[in-house]
Design a protein around this ligand. Structure first.
Ligand SMILES: *[C@@H]1O[C@H](CO)[C@@H](O)[C@H](O)[C@H]1NC(C)=O
Ligand SMILES: *[C@@H]1O[C@H](CO)[C@@H](O)[C@H](O)[C@H]1NC(C)=O
Ligand SMILES: *[C@@H]1O[C@H](CO)[C@@H](O)[C@H](O)[C@H]1NC(C)=O
Ligand SMILES: *[C@@H]1O[C@H](CO)[C@@H](O)[C@H](O)[C@H]1NC(C)=O
Ligand SMILES: *[C@@H]1O[C@H](CO)[C@@H](O)[C@H](O)[C@H]1NC(C)=O
Ligand SMILES: *[C@@H]1O[C@H](CO)[C@@H](O)[C@H](O)[C@H]1NC(C)=O
Ligand SMILES: *[C@@H]1O[C@H](CO)[C@@H](O)[C@H](O)[C@H]1NC(C)=O
Length: 482
């Protein structure tokens, strides 16, 4: 949702509020994504990830007497086995042969939650998501592939899918957020679509991110992708086997995205709700499959900005739900920098489920919107449901969230691929190199310049220089192969 001009000034204000609760060096007043020393941050991330892989793997775990949410209801109390990071087969008594067991009496076991739209930047952000039961998330923007890559594959923390760089044009609100050094990634015309998409896929993009044009403000309006450019990017993405996620915030950009054939629309409308005309268009085109309204962000923006209202955004979702357009849960959670309002990691997905119930989804629909549905719409067939052979991404809560959605907040335990989350251990892991990252800032790249080590291998070399103790030669060689 990163779209405001003058974001630096705005964020200065915002961060002075955030600083009272968050003291991480990343979250400083005046924080600006184009000025972060990404080499130092990536090196820190890679070091923390290496530490996560030093943790021992868990044994065979049983969760007994637990009611399992099966996607529509709670099953009668039974045992769930976790084995080699996956859900094991049925067993009882002695034959379960577990190394650890938990009594799940009176509790509910949910598939790990998925936040379909977030902007994590470091280990702490992953730690906060995991702590609140989010075992999978979507990194909704990658300034460069190595930044997104450095947040993937942590053992025992939220696993991430990664967007591409955002497709937008020179002079757009989003283009204003990045340094001029990234100008070669802006879309000049339709003929660059195929090669631009190919470049993003080569860099590791799991899907292609488009910024809808038709912003709310400006007279004449600030530039954005034309209808033809959107269509060309959608076609190029589909030709190359990737789906398109379109960022929007207005009625007009919903319309353009639907016409262009975007597979997913993210955010809701801040200006006016969608109407019968757009609903008819959605049905006729039949190419936009799901909407991720990020109501938590849509609620935060008018509140933060003291102008506008949450009502259009809420009404849009009410209408989409009524006509049967699938809705998935996402938050736009961020570190307070590149985005128009602060939405914290982790707790915000629980806010989002409550927001979804507030606009008419049942608690069961809200749970599905944060588990099986985003997994399916993002092509993750190994999770989102508690079934033998699936990833053991699990959330144990007190109470019955199918009756009262706020019960998802009563978190007892979280497992990511069978690893039980431990906040103390995670904080230690995240903190270990954070101060060194602060020292290293400015040493590896200069201010707003585009980072010199654009590849993961380059970032690995920086990490090895900064954090030699976690990168003995053997480990470095091993990780280079990953
Ligand atoms: C139980 O687990 C242990 C260690 O994993 C194994 O050596 C043993 O054979 C298992 N027993 C049964 C009955 O499966
Ligand atoms: C959550 O984020 C805050 C701020 O960055 C950090 O201090 C805290 O350690 C994080 N929690 C975890 C479990 O990583
Ligand atoms: C399209 O843009 C690219 C790069 O921005 C440029 O090299 C090319 O000449 C342009 N083509 C047309 C037809 O304008
Ligand atoms: C819409 O598209 C889906 C595939 O994405 C297809 O299964 C369905 O039949 C289509 N519906 C109509 C009315 O064409
Ligand atoms: C916030 O309000 C200011 C002043 O009314 C306006 O210029 C700005 O565009 C608004 N930002 C958002 C994200 O709506
Ligand atoms: C988390 O790990 C710490 C340090 O190893 C340990 O003392 C603590 O008991 C663990 N907490 C839980 C809930 O297992
Ligand atoms: C970064 O540079 C400063 C001074 O130039 C130095 O004191 C510091 O040790 C350097 N940090 C690293 C990690 O090399």
């Amino acid at each position: 949702m990163a779209f405001i001009r003058g974001v630096v000034l705005y964020v200065t204000l915002l961060s002075s509020l955030i600083l009272t609760t968050r003291s991480c060096p990343f979250h400083e007043p005046g924080y600006d994504i184009s000025k972060v020393d990404w080499d130092a941050k990536v090196a820190n991330n890679i070091a923390a990830r290496a530490l996560s892989h030093h943790q021992a793997s868990p044994g065979r775990i049983a969760i007994n007497n637990v009611r399992v949410f099966d996607g529509s209801t709670l099953l009668a109390p039974g045992t769930v086995i976790i084995e080699n990071g996956k859900i094991g087969g049925p067993c009882s008594g002695e034959t379960c042969n577990t190394t650890q067991s938990y009594d799940g009496q009176g509790k509910t076991l949910l598939p790990g939650l998925m936040d379909a739209h977030a902007h994590p930047a470091d280990c702490y952000d992953l730690g906060n998501m995991t702590q609140f039961g989010i075992t999978t998330s979507v990194n909704a923007f990658c300034l460069s592939p190595k930044i997104c890559e450095s947040l993937t594959n942590y053992k025992g923390l939220t696993s991430l899918l990664s967007a591409s760089f955002f497709a937008t044009v020179s002079g757009s609100e989003h283009a204003a957020l990045i340094s001029p050094n990234y100008d070669d990634l802006l879309i000049g015309n339709t003929s660059v679509a195929e090669s631009w998409v190919a470049g993003q896929i080569k860099g590791g993009a799991d899907f292609i991110k488009l910024i809808g044009s038709a912003p709310l403000r400006g007279n004449p309006p600030v530039p954005g992708l034309s209808q033809a450019e959107q269509a060309a990017l959608v076609m190029a993405s589909h030709n190359q086997g990737k789906q398109v996620v379109l960022h929007t915030s207005s009625y007009k950009s919903y319309e353009q995205g639907i016409i262009a054939g975007a597979d997913q629309i993210h955010h809701s409308t801040l200006d006016v709700p969608i109407d019968d005309k757009l609903v008819a268009l959605l049905k006729i085109k039949n190419s936009t499959k799901v909407v991720c309204p990020t109501l938590t962000m849509m609620r935060a923006i008018p509140k933060q900005n003291k102008t506008g209202s949450f009502l259009p955004a809420a009404d849009t979702v009410r209408i989409l739900h009524k006509v049967g357009i699938p809705i998935i849960a996402g938050t736009d959670s961020n570190s307070g920098g590149d985005l128009p309002a602060m939405v914290p990691f982790g707790t915000s997905l629980h806010d989002e489920m409550e927001n979804l119930v507030g606009v008419g989804l049942s608690p069961v629909e809200a749970l599905n919107a944060a588990t099986i549905m985003p997994a399916q719409y993002f092509g993750l067939n190994d999770r989102g449901v508690i079934k033998e052979g699936m990833r053991a991404d699990l959330l144990l809560v007190d109470g019955d969230p199918t009756k009262d959605i706020s019960a998802t907040r009563n978190i007892i335990k979280v497992w990511v691929e069978g690893m039980e989350f431990n906040a103390t251990v995670t904080k230690g892991m995240c903190a270990k190199y954070a101060s060194k990252e602060a020292q290293a800032r400015g040493n590896t790249s200069t201010g707003s310049s585009r980072s010199t080590s654009t590849s993961t291998a380059g970032a690995m070399r920086v990490a090895a220089t900064l954090f030699p103790e976690v990168f003995p030669a053997g480990l470095l060689a091993y990780m280079a192969l990953q």
